[in-house]
Write a protein that binds this ligand. Structure first.
Ligand code: PEP
Ligand code: MN
Length: 332
């Protein structure tokens, strides 16, 4: 249940509500204080004079649910407006990882020319093997800051663990919480305590309920700028890297108020399938699309098989614009 707290509510009674119930969070989203709990099912009598709107949610989907806000949240940063009723499908593109200044400048130059506004690249890579390239770390963040400055692109980059979450929050326009990091409550809480937009990727073994609950950690911390990203889940199929759960995307659009981004690159794992999946996802009217592109995919230090080369990306983007138009949306 979400109980909005009136401006002059008695603090002692708010405290009493906290003491008497388990799992109660007090949240402030910059405009409104609220008490959120799954154990409280009705407003206690003593609290009625201090309560505004009271919303009973059927599950632990509370702030992310349609019963709290029956629409899609709009998130804006720099030149970008995403979600809401903008009709925008925001393209996020860039290499898997920052490898060198020359590499990211080359990609950023292409994106600027195409009118793409959001550049992605990881500096702290959550690799499956400790012997693989782990990313350039803080040096990579500095290089990304230069890209923002010089090319006017918004930057999304990922946080791998709680040791560098503050640095990523400081440098990024959107903080990406990866598929493996989305269970890290240190990261989720730190992102909840800031106002930076946060893109949470669904873990490959994560149910939709668990995925939304990860978002609830950020939302209940007071950060209302949360975006969900479907990037493929593990199924019995091994011919592709993961399985892109477009059913899940439909579910999230129907049952949550959060913008939804689709990442076909990590789902497919191979460049050949990415354009078709990207067009299929755009046809669903998604709020954003994330694609990995690289000047020389064969020699990429991570995710080499799935990154599109720049000519292939140059062919894909206009076709995405056409698909978006056909469903009444616009690629931005
Ligand atoms: C990435 O975006 O490069 C990445 C590592 O993604 P995921 O967390 O979805 O595997
Ligand atoms: Mn990657």
């Amino acid at each position: 249940m979400i109980i909005e707290i009136r401006e002059r509510a008695n603090k002692n009674l708010v405290r009493r509500l906290l003491m008497e119930n388990d799992g109660v969070e007090v949240s402030y989203d910059g405009k409104q204080w609220a008490v959120i709990s799954s154990s409280v099912r009705q407003v206690p009598k003593y609290f009625l004079p201090h309560a505004g709107r009271a919303i009973v949610c059927q599950t632990d989907v509370q702030l992310a649910g349609k019963s709290f806000y029956n629409g899609c949240r709009e998130i804006s940063f720099g030149p970008v407006r995403l979600g809401g009723s903008t009709g925008h499908t925001a393209v996020i593109a860039g290499p898997c990882a920052v490898e060198s200044e020359q590499q990211i400048r080359q990609v950023a130059g292409v994106l600027r020319e195409q009118g793409v506004k959001i550049f992605r690249a990881g500096c702290f890579k959550p690799r499956t093997s400790p012997y693989s390239f782990q990313g350039l770390g803080a040096r990579g963040l500095e290089l990304l800051a230069r890209i923002r400055e010089e090319f006017g692109l918004a930057i999304i980059t990922e946080v791998r663990d709680a040791t560098h979450v503050a640095a990523v929050i400081e440098h990024a326009d959107i903080v990406q919480i990866g598929a493996k990091a989305m269970y890290d409550h240190g990261i989720l809480r730190a992102c909840g305590a800031c106002q930076k937009p946060v893109l949470i990727k669904r873990g490959f073994g994560t149910t939709l309920q668990e995925f939304i609950q990860a978002a609830e950690f950020v939302l209940s911390g007071g950060n209302s700028n949360v975006v969900l990203c479907e990037r493929g889940i593990r199924t019995f199929e091994t011919k592709t890297r993961f399985t892109l759960d477009l059913c899940g995307v439909a579910y999230l659009k129907e049952h949550t108020n959060l913008p939804v981004v689709v990442d076909p690159s990590h789902a497919m794992g191979y460049a050949y399938g990415v354009p078709d999946l990207a067009r299929a996802a755009v046809a669903m009217g998604i709020d954003g699309l994330l694609v990995e592109i690289h000047p020389d995919p064969a020699n990429a230090k991570s995710d080499a098989a799935q990154q599109l080369n720049l000519p292939a990306w140059g062919v894909l983007l206009p076709s995405l614009r056409a698909v978006a138009r056909s469903v009444g949306r616009q690629i931005v």
